[in-house]
Design a protein around this ligand. Structure first.
Ligand SMILES: [Zn+2]
Length: 420
């Protein structure tokens, strides 16, 4: 469930002084002036194609972005009817350089065969928090007396296996998170007021404080649930974005996740036969998301940075390598409401996630394995080990090493080819 936070900042600024800000949850006031730096860095055709095929695949209200022959008119605020204009480059030859801090593979010097990642800054972002937060994050389940499964811990394990292997290939490896603790200094209690406001704005006039049972369907309408999600999702990922954008300055972020199918009661979870793989890059914004000034601005900045030109081929290469390594079929979303399939492999989708939108560099978001599939569950229980072991009658690598191997092989393939 996504909640739009409409004009909450009005409580701070008297309405007469400032046009209503239309921001997403914990969204920052967009700095539209930044887009001036992208003047004449993109041609009309490139801009129109990226809007149509990648970022606004579900359509966009015509007044938000109006594309003319030589410029685009970008609405900055509907109440104020304010706009900025972005002039296009006349043709490929007259394009200005795209201002950005990250480096595309083809702009890096050629690399030796055995060090295809030399000089590359890769940030690893193990999804979620794990540890004592895993239950709150709803990324925890336990079958009988077996080891509890916590996505945040599994993702961190993969990152720690991955790091030395990427270093060996020449990369400088940075961790966005390297323990089961949040980056944000905020905690759920800091968001009680905001959580309550959001609920009231979304038609719950007198929200309950707490819920007793995590299975309760109405728990999403409690202040506790709202304040927790504001903490572990919105605040945490926004802090990670600040870290990535102002300290780490990577050339690529790999977001590491494990997927799941609905498991019901976390203490008596449903195990399923379905197991699959997919990868995500930023795009496929919903019309309602594009209405928010901050999200529209962030989408435009991402588009203009041309991260997609790097993200798609990297995601394609990783998808092909992971598919080969894991033998998993591509995940098919039950509805295409918020995703758009892109690329040649069948495994890659565009989707507007906080991390893929806010990290200002190429981001590939990995979603292999259904944690509560019988197969993945047995392999998670087996833990990490060298070589292979017999699991369910088949010799298998540890699920963590298989995940890392797929990623490494994909990166080698992409950077070797791009840096010849
Ligand atoms: Zn996840």
């Amino acid at each position: 469930m996504r909640l739009a936070l409409l004009a909450l900042c009005l409580s701070i600024f008297p309405p007469a002084v400032r046009a209503a800000e239309n921001l997403g949850i914990l969204g920052r006031h967009p700095r539209w002036k930044v887009l001036e730096k992208y003047e004449q860095t993109i041609t009309h055709d490139e801009f129109a194609q990226l809007i149509q095929n990648v970022y606004c695949t579900h359509g966009i209200a015509p007044d938000l972005i109006a594309i003319d022959d030589d410029s685009a008119r970008l609405l900055t605020n509907r109440d104020a009817q304010s706009f900025v204009t972005l002039r296009f480059a006349k043709d490929d030859a007259s394009r200005e350089r795209v201002p950005r801090l990250w480096r595309a593979a083809k702009s890096l010097p050629p690399a030796r065969q055995e060090k295809p990642l030399s000089g590359l800054r890769i940030a690893l972002d193990p999804g979620h928090l794990g540890g004592k937060w895993a239950k709150m994050e709803e990324r925890w389940f336990q079958v009988g007396e077996s080891q509890p499964v916590k996505e945040g811990n599994l993702a961190l394990k993969v990152a720690r296996i991955l790091a030395p292997r990427l270093k060996e290939l020449g990369a400088k490896v940075l961790f966005v998170r390297n323990r089961s603790q949040p980056i944000t200094s905020k905690r759920p209690d800091d968001f009680k007021e905001l959580g309550k406001k959001i609920l009231i704005q979304n038609g719950v006039p007198q929200p309950r404080e707490d819920f007793a049972d995590p299975d309760e369907p109405a728990k999403e309408q409690t202040v506790r649930w709202q304040s927790e999600i504001l903490f572990y999702r919105h605040s945490e990922i926004r802090r990670r974005a600040v870290l990535v954008n102002t300290k780490l300055h990577p050339d690529l972020v790999l977001c590491l996740h494990f997927n799941a199918e609905p498991w019901g009661d976390p203490k008596n979870p449903t195990l399923v036969d379905k197991n699959h793989l997919h990868l995500l890059v930023n795009g496929s914004y919903l019309e309602s998301e594009l209405e928010l000034d901050d999200e529209r601005f962030e989408m435009l900045r991402k588009l203009l940075s041309r991260a997609y030109e790097e993200e798609l081929p990297i995601a394609n290469a990783i998808a092909a390598a992971m598919a080969k390594e894991t033998q998993l079929p591509a995940y098919e979303y039950p509805t295409a409401n918020n995703v758009t399939k892109i690329g040649s492999t069948g495994y890659v989708y565009a989707r507007n996630l906080l991390a893929t939108r806010l990290y200002r560099c190429p981001v590939v978001y990995c979603e292999p394995y259904v944690m509560n599939s019988r197969d993945a569950f047995a392999r998670i229980q087996a833990g990490d080990y060298e070589g292979t072991r017999n699991i369910g009658g088949v010799e298998r690598k540890s699920i963590f090493r298989e995940y890392a191997d797929g990623l490494v092989n994909g990166l080698i393939e992409y950077y070797r080819t791009a840096r010849k």
